[in-house]
Write a protein that binds this ligand. Sequence first.
Ligand code: PRT
Ligand code: ZN
Length: 290
Amino acid sequence: MLSNDGSRLRVAIQKSGRLYEDSVQLLKECGIDLRNVKDRLRTESDNFPLEVFFLRDDDIPQYVEDGVADIGIVGENVLYEKNKKADIVEELGFGKCRLSIAIPRGQYYDGVSSLRGKRIATSYPFMVNSYLKQHNVEADIHEISGSVEIAPGIGLADVVADLVSSGSTLFMNGLKEVETIIQSQAVLIRNQSLNADQIEMLNRLLFRIRSVKKAKRNKYVLLNAPNDKLQEIISLLPGMKSPTVLPLAESGWSSVHSVLNEDEFWEKIEKLKAAGAQGILVVPIEKMVM
Ligand code: PRT
Ligand code: ZN
């Protein structure tokens, strides 16, 4: 099943679960068509030298370390917990969460030392153990594979260490977060001994991923500017080089086109309006090739 003649880059992604949709979507946005995604075992692309394996997320670091897959998409939480040899090449910006320690609300807490001697339920024993060691705290780790949040309520543990995103699961189970062990997101990982051909294919893929990521962080802005305010308006706009300026049919006015980063977006829009810009249009960018 997992044959390879070296002419394709083999990527391991989650078979189903929280990272599946975003992983497939990212490949699509990179212009990579995948056949038979529904089959969900393996597939390949007709328009890019890529073969995709669909696996449990827990198995992805091992497959990449062993070189059964060349690269993989997995949460940092799983990568660190499995402690396998694979390098992170890119943060992908989805699947964001944190591994946190949470205690029953109302329970006394005065820093990590309050965890001494406590029973901690978690699916992440390796990371929890390293965290406690780092803080010189001995506690009793109970590894469980799911529904960690109910452990204190049924008397299985005193506290939990679990993944949190919105915090509502903890809240609904009467727990409150007291420590964050790591912040996590989906990352692209690679085997440590790829050959030159595989590295070239990886670089082609990375170039596309970075263009997609960059486009998501930016917006294309078109606006009308009175010519006497043009210099001030242009000075507010960075653009990829400098803004495009075109004369409007109405004399004394120009159309200005540029690219704005989401971090400074609203602040810039307010300044542009104050400087006399009118008819401001903002459109999403599909790809940004630098
Ligand atoms: O079947 P397979 O083993 O592949 O999947 P899985 O069941 O082990 O993992 P899955 O699909 O649940 O999660 C895959 C990855 O998504 C995780 O390894 C994280 O990297 C990432 N991720 C992001 C999350 C969450 N956010 C998340 N909120 N994984 C799990 N959760 C769970 C958490 O365990 C808790 O039960 O959601 C609940 C908390 O969510 P909030 O929003 O209530 O705080
Ligand atoms: Zn899993």
